[in-house]
Design a protein around this ligand. Structure first.
Ligand SMILES: NC(=O)c1ccc[n+]([C@@H]2O[C@H](COP(=O)([O-])OP(=O)(O)OC[C@H]3O[C@@H](n4cnc5c(N)ncnc54)[C@H](OP(=O)(O)O)[C@@H]3O)[C@@H](O)[C@H]2O)c1
Length: 329
């Protein structure tokens, strides 16, 4: 019997930007024993998706073409592998796919059971799809790297969040404020009120001299910087850090890696910490529950149908999204 076909978007080589995306009909994927198949309702894009297409993560990702991009998906379970215990057809879920497989820009995906979590009715598909990479990165940076306890206990920490208006930054501001923190944030002038409304205590326009210098208006020295922007040097951070302040760099380039090594080797009290997000299903479930409880919001920059996924792709490459870019099916 011929395999059932689905609409999908893939690219066949490095480069090409939005016009490298091709609309294709491909077989619906079959779940392995430990996987579920979802009918995709929404997927969100992350900068890593177009960076992979540009070849910035070669030779690791993608390691074969054609490649269906996007890892962050919300949808409905339509089939389960023989060893799947916790899901059944009809369940609404959020999942995070691996970068090696990708697959999000398609009508159906298969995903590991352990990376899939139930999505309650209070959380829309778009809100859920926004969470995986951006939300988990903000969560890991704050809890693991910055040592913020999201139950609110512990001494107060001064946190700086750069690019607070982006996908990661907007989750980071809200999560940080669940802990005992004072949050300074940077963003463009047009997003200052939004970032304040989500809890930031003080917000700097990054295009002003004080914003570019990362200077806290109330004179705070930062215990941790959740660095979601790029192109800011150690010499800009250094005078703003507390005695044991850390810069958690989520886009570490060669300069940051050098600073990381030098600070480690010289036993500096101020450190640069490169971060690579390691997805965990339990943390995704925690974030979905926060959205359900109204303690965390997914701010949606824009929604695009799969037929116009190129527009979503171009928007992400442009680098000026406010929150998450969603592709809806
Ligand atoms: N390590 C990891 O595992 C990991 C995980 C997720 C993301 N990342 C990386 O983290 C970075 C952020 O990701 P994202 O999804 O949040 O990106 P994004 O949503 O594309 O960020 C866009 C936002 O950043 C703001 N922005 C840009 N430059 C800024 C600056 N110098 N100061 C203040 N705001 C600035 C923009 O504001 P304007 O429009 O006003 O300019 C825009 O609102 C990317 O480089 C991504 O690849 C790494």
């Amino acid at each position: 019997m011929a395999a059932k076909l689905m609409q999908a978007i893939w690219y066949e080589a490095y480069g090409g930007g939005p016009s490298g995306l091709k609309h294709v009909e491909v077989p619906v994927p079959v779940p392995k024993n430990d996987e579920v198949r979802l009918k995709v309702e929404a997927a969100s894009l992350n900068p890593v998706d177009w960076k992979m297409q540009k070849g910035m993560l070669r030779p690791f990702f993608p390691w074969k073409f054609p490649y269906i991009p996007a890892t962050d998906v919300a949808g409905e379970v339509v089939a389960v592998g023989s060893r799947v215990k916790n899901f059944k057809p009809g369940d609404k879920v959020v999942t995070v796919l691996g970068h090696a497989s990708g697959g999000g820009l398609a009508e159906f995906v298969v995903s590991k059971e352990k990376m899939t979590v139930i999505r309650p009715p209070e959380v829309s598909a778009a809100e859920g799809a926004g969470l995986p990479v951006a939300g988990l990165t903000a969560h890991q940076a704050l809890t693991q790297s910055a040592g913020v306890n999201l139950e609110g206990s512990g001494p107060q920490k001064n946190i700086l969040i750069t690019a607070a208006s982006g996908g990661v930054g907007l989750y980071a501001v809200q999560l940080a404020k669940l802990g005992n923190t004072h949050v300074t944030a940077t963003c463009g002038a047009r997003n200052i009120e939004l970032v304040k409304s989500l809890g930031a205590d003080e917000v700097l326009d990054y295009k002003t001299p004080d914003g570019a210098a990362l200077r806290s208006p109330s004179g705070k020295k930062y215990d941790a910087v959740i660095h979601c922007a790029t192109g800011i040097s150690w010499s800009t951070f250094e005078p703003n850090l507390s005695a044991t302040g850390k810069v958690i760099d989520i886009t570490p380039g060669p300069g940051a890696m050098l600073t990381f090594a030098v600070k480690k080797l010289t036993f500096s009290k101020k450190q640069l910490v490169p971060l690579l997000m390691i997805p965990k299903g339990e943390n995704l479930a925690y974030l979905v529950n926060l959205v359900k409880e109204g303690k965390l919001k997914t701010i949606i920059d824009s929604k695009h149908p799969l037929s116009k996924a190129e527009d979503a792709w171009a928007k992400s490459i442009d680098g000026h999204a406010t929150g998450k870019i969603i592709v809806e099916l």
